[in-house]
Design a protein around this ligand. Structure first.
Ligand SMILES: O=C(O)c1ccc(O)c(O)c1
Ligand SMILES: [Mg+2]
Length: 587
């Protein structure tokens, strides 16, 4: 059915039973049974059929059937024998469509007529069992590796039980133009498989088998692609087929929810699902963390409020508001408040995109703020105007400050197996656009970093590329709050004079900076351990505090002109400085 959702069992981790349970729990209508999962199961095809029925799952596809077409007669006979066995199995399984992927076999020859003739014979055999054959061009197929070529062969075969399977990865990875999909009659598009992916310059087979992503997590334009398929008249399910090293080892239950979220967002983007847009987020209302108030005072913040009923204190400088929550886990950024044009709408959007609003107690006269949990557990509050400030009893202190104007961005470290999930969450639930992923060599391995945001709200998602071993520090990657200012050097001086624990940057960094740029203020940068970067539209000055507690630090940033980055080029320098400082404190 159009709009139905399906997921290939290969996307998820666990046994076939684990996968089916996770798919059903996430609300999928159907599944593609990947042959390896069935072969390893102790359940007979009939039992699997019953299990799927009990779970409310249709079995939309059985796959893959490999290396069939354009082969010598003896190989064809063996392939047809194999097909008969698989069709017997499918009859027991109750699956009516089999995916035949284009051949990579050394037995195959480059002969479309022969391929058409043999696929016609296979389709006749399948039709006698009530089965349809969906022929898919693998991007690395030996002779057939484009959807146009697969369609030419299917059309030449001319059998009602033979159609094409379109797989977005095989088509978009080859930079094929998907517009010609519209020339394929909808009823000949037997199945649609969807996968996103980062743009990688690598062998397409490896790219496919390790780096596919759920729609919205990568760089493919799946909305346009899917629009062409639906415009052609395709009426089958939107099915996810994602081979991804992380998802195949992650808990299948949240992974299946993430997969479903990707289809909700994709269906919305092609007009197949009406979901209210994400209300605009137009600022950082607050960041909640557990750090000593004394440090905030040294950074120029003023304690301006005490929560009426919770152990939470409000500190402010400029428009930067920090909540110090004594009950939160020490040294973490536990919550972010984002100003929404329509907080209730933001909460409804979150629910529509499978991010449930967290249950939250509040006093009778306290603001009823809705919050959702981001994949890393950070609570995201939707704040309207500033009614939430009424929850704090003013201390009467007036914010003086050292030049901080507001929160520029917040850097949230993601467990490496939640990085792509986080990208989709912030994009689909909050409407924050992801920027390209950058990687840098930190002292303890490669770190992947991606910003998500809009003009007023910026977050950076950082993740180590592999789980940390014994060698790396026992703490997860630090998180930080980046504070905006108009004069980083002056603010650094003021904070240092106030006793703030600012991070010291080695002279080698400044020697290199002097070699690369001829800056009139290089001495002041060096003297105040301020880092520097520039891009084609502006400059970026920034500096950091030492770690405050176990894993949080502050960054102060000054953007000049239209600089839009985050100084990622300097991250390894301050991460090394953090490490050295921690070691010196430990001695
Ligand atoms: O990588 C593969 O072998 C493979 C198998 C079946 C598919 O549908 C596919 O897209 C890729
Ligand atoms: Mg496929």
């Amino acid at each position: 059915m159009p709009g139905d959702t399906a997921i290939a069992t290969v996307c998820l981790s666990g046994t076939l039973e684990d996968k089916l349970a996770a798919a059903a729990a996430a609300g999928f209508h159907g599944v593609e049974i990947f042959e390896n999962d069935l072969i390893a199961s102790r359940r007979t095809p009939s039992e699997i059929r019953r299990l799927c029925a009990d779970l409310g799952l249709t079995i939309d596809l059985y796959q893959p059937f490999r290396d069939f077409e354009a082969v010598p007669p003896d190989v064809l006979r063996a392939n047809l024998r194999r097909a008969r066995r698989k069709f017997d199995l499918m009859a027991e399984l109750g699956a009516d469509t089999v995916l035949v992927c284009s051949s990579v076999s050394p037995d195959a020859v480059d002969d479309d007529d022969l391929a058409a003739e043999q696929l016609h014979e296979l389709a006749s055999l399948a039709a006698s069992r009530g089965i349809r054959v969906a022929y898919e061009a693998l991007a690395w197929g030996r002779f057939v590796n484009t959807y146009e070529h697969a369609w030419r062969i299917v059309r030449r075969a001319g059998h009602p039980a033979l159609g094409v399977c379109l797989d977005s990865f095989h088509i978009l990875s080859r930079r094929s133009d998907p517009r010609a999909i519209r020339t394929i009659p909808g009823e000949k598009i037997f199945f649609l498989q969807l996968a996103d992916a980062p743009l990688l310059d690598m062998d397409v087979l490896h790219w496919s088998r390790h780096h596919r992503l759920f729609p919205g997590q990568g760089a493919f334009d799946l909305a346009t692609f899917t629009g062409h398929v639906l415009a052609a008249g395709y009426r089958g399910p939107l099915s996810l087929e994602v081979f991804n090293d992380v998802f195949r080892q992650a808990d299948p239950r949240p992974a299946a929810v993430d997969a479903m979220r990707s289809l909700v967002a994709l269906r919305e983007s092609v007009g197949a699902l009406a979901v209210p847009e994400a209300p605009r987020l137009d600022g950082h209302a607050f960041a909640e963390l557990a750090v000593p108030g004394t440090v905030l005072a040294e950074l120029g913040f003023t304690h301006v409020g005490t929560h009426r009923s919770k152990p939470v204190h409000l500190w402010q400088q400029g428009s930067a508001r920090l909540l110090v929550n004594a009950a939160a886990a020490e040294g973490t950024i536990s919550a972010l408040g984002l100003t929404s044009a329509n907080p209730a709408g933001s909460a409804r959007r979150a629910e529509d995109l499978l991010a449930p609003v967290l249950p939250r107690a509040h006093g009778p006269d306290e603001a009823d703020l809705s919050a959702v949990a981001a994949p890393d557990g950070t609570e995201i509050f939707f704040c309207g105007n500033e009614e939430w400030l009424r929850d704090f009893v003013p201390t009467g202190a007036v914010p003086a400050g050292m030049g901080i104007t507001g929160i520029d961005h917040v850097a949230l470290t993601q467990p490496f197996d939640h990085f792509d999930e986080a990208t989709l969450f912030y994009r689909s639930v909050l409407g924050l656009e992801p920027e390209p992923v950058s990687e840098f060599a930190a002292p303890f391995g490669l770190v992947r970093s991606r910003a998500v945001g809009n003009r007023d709200v910026r977050l950076t998602l950082d993740s180590a590329l592999v789980r940390r071993g014994e060698w790396a520090p026992g703490v997860p990657s630090p998180q930080h709050i980046a504070l905006a200012c108009d004069d980083a050097i002056a603010v650094a001086r003021a904070m240092r004079e106030a006793g703030a624990p600012l991070l010291s940057i080695p002279g080698n960094y400044y020697d290199d900076l002097d070699a690369r740029f001829d800056l009139p203020f290089s001495a002041a940068l060096r003297e105040n351990s301020v880092l520097y970067d520039r891009d084609s539209s502006g400059e970026f000055l920034h500096f950091c505090t030492e770690l405050v507690g176990s894993r949080v630090f502050f960054e102060v940033v000054q953007r000049i002109g239209g600089y839009g980055g985050y100084g990622v080029v300097n991250t390894p320098v301050y991460m090394t400085a953090h490490r050295e400082r921690r070691l010196s404190l430990a001695r």
